[in-house]
Design a protein around this ligand. Structure first.
Ligand code: ADP
Ligand code: MG
Length: 397
């Protein structure tokens, strides 16, 4: 769970100490942030727009060279170590947490980087599997550590792309580029608006008077991965039909709302609604960027609510607990907007809350959610953070 920078700093310091105790040697420490997506859901794989924020929760990696060509990787979260010989990294997903590190090492090697063996100790305060992208933060921190140990160089964009490839090929998740991109390029106190086609991005300053608050429903739908792939298939299906009717359509990114309405009759009803979500969501991200530029928080908040409704009704990726968290937020004082965030079927909502209302918000949502569902929601008040880097013991993380 996200913790204040001062505690992050001590987390890194004590990770280094624990590494020293285990391995009897000093280490370098690397960190990469988790992220929350303010708006722009399921648009990334449609060549569209997203607006992620890197958050001040990180995966931390302490690493030191080994001379035997083995990656010896330990996750404190799982309390488990694995040995990965650099000569035997290839192979399909093993459905094990180490796939992410194995994948990063393998794609770095296949891109021509000569890696060294390393001892790697992983600590994370990004909640796993909650839609805050612990996986990308693990990949990016691993890549930084492996590259540094090998004294190799990689541009930030290459780094993000290789980590995405690692997740596709070694963890078996066909994710877009957003998570790895923001883990690398995140900026303190800012959101990024990323064009997932060109990979151009804009840095948008978040107003100081609001906080990003994340409410974890603590629910996870076991079919989420399968549903994700079904949504992708629906979008591909929509593109196939629409590109026969509209010139120059390569992805739903190229379809306007007017085009979609004009050709509605050619699409199966469900496919039409999936497309309507994506087309509308792209427009909402662009409008949200404009709202941030003009500091119009009411407009930004409304776009977030509209995004949630669209995901609930058209894209059908919400669930009752997420809907309830959004309804609770909408009724609370000082909330500009709320929506589910991430792949869906559980995970978290993201809320834009006036700074002076955050405390009340936390207690109100916590109590309301417990009363209704019998579950405790974990609530994280986040700061927008800088992207991945080596931790310098004399500076803020
Ligand atoms: P999310 O990225 O939203 O947190 P994912 O399912 O994409 O969810 O990634 C979560 C997976 O990433 C975990 O199940 C685990 O395999 C891996 N992972 C993330 N953080 C760690 C960690 N600290 N140690 C080991 N594995 C981790
Ligand atoms: Mg992930």
């Amino acid at each position: 769970m996200p913790i204040p920078p001062s505690r992050n700093e001590s987390a890194a310091g004590s990770l280094r100490e624990r590494f020293q105790n285990r391995k009897g040697t000093s280490s370098r420490v690397f960190l990469a942030p988790g992220r929350v997506n303010l708006i722009g859901e399921h648009t990334d794989y449609n060549d569209g727009f997203v607006m992620p924020v890197a958050i001040d929760s990180y995966t931390w990696i302490a690493a030191a060279k080994r001379s035997d060509g083995v990656l010896s990787v330990c996750s404190e979260h799982f309390g488990e170590s694995v040995q990965l010989p650099l000569t035997a990294l290839a192979g399909p997903p093993r459905k094990h947490w180490s796939d992410y590190v194995r994948g990063v090492a393998a794609v770095l090697q296949s891109a021509g980087h000569k890696l060294m063996g390393a001892d790697i100790l992983i600590y994370s305060n990004v909640p796993l599997g909650a839609g805050l992208s612990s996986s990308a933060s693990l990949e990016v921190a691993s890549a930084l550590a492996l590259m540094a140990e090998a004294s190799a160089h990689l541009s930030p964009l290459e780094l993000a792309k290789l980590c995405q490839r690692a997740e596709h090929e070694y963890a078996g998740t066909r994710c877009g580029i957003m998570d790895q991109f923001v883990a690398v390029f995140g900026r303190a106190r800012c959101a990024l608006m990323l064009d997932c086609r060109s990979l151009e991005y804009q840095v948008l300053t978040l107003p100081a008077a609001v906080r990003i608050v994340i409410c974890n429903s603590m629910v996870k739908h076991e079919h989420a991965a399968g549903e994700y792939n079904l949504r992708r298939a629906d979008c591909e299906n929509g593109v196939k039909v629409l590109q026969r009717l509209i010139p120059n359509v390569r992805a739903l990114r190229d379809v306007s709302r007017a085009d979609l309405e004009q050709h509605r009759g050619e699409l199966a009803e469900r496919v039409y609604r999936r497309c309507r979500h994506v087309v509308g969501e792209n427009q909402r991200v662009l409008a949200a960027a404009e709202a941030l530029r003009t500091q119009d928080l009411a407009a930004l908040g409304n776009l977030m609510y509209q995004s949630h409704t669209s995901m609930r009704d058209d894209y059908e990726i919400s669930c009752s607990q997420l809907d309830f968290l959004v309804d609770l937020a909408a009724g609370a004082e000082g909330v500009y907007g709320a929506r589910m965030t991430g792949g869906g079927f559980g995970g978290c909502t993201v809320n834009l809350v006036r700074s002076d209302a955050v405390e009340d918000f936390q207690s109100r949502i916590g109590a309301g959610y417990r009363r209704k569902t019998g579950r405790n929601s974990e609530i994280y008040v986040c700061a927008a953070a800088q992207g991945a880097r080596e931790w310098q013991s004399d500076g803020e993380p």
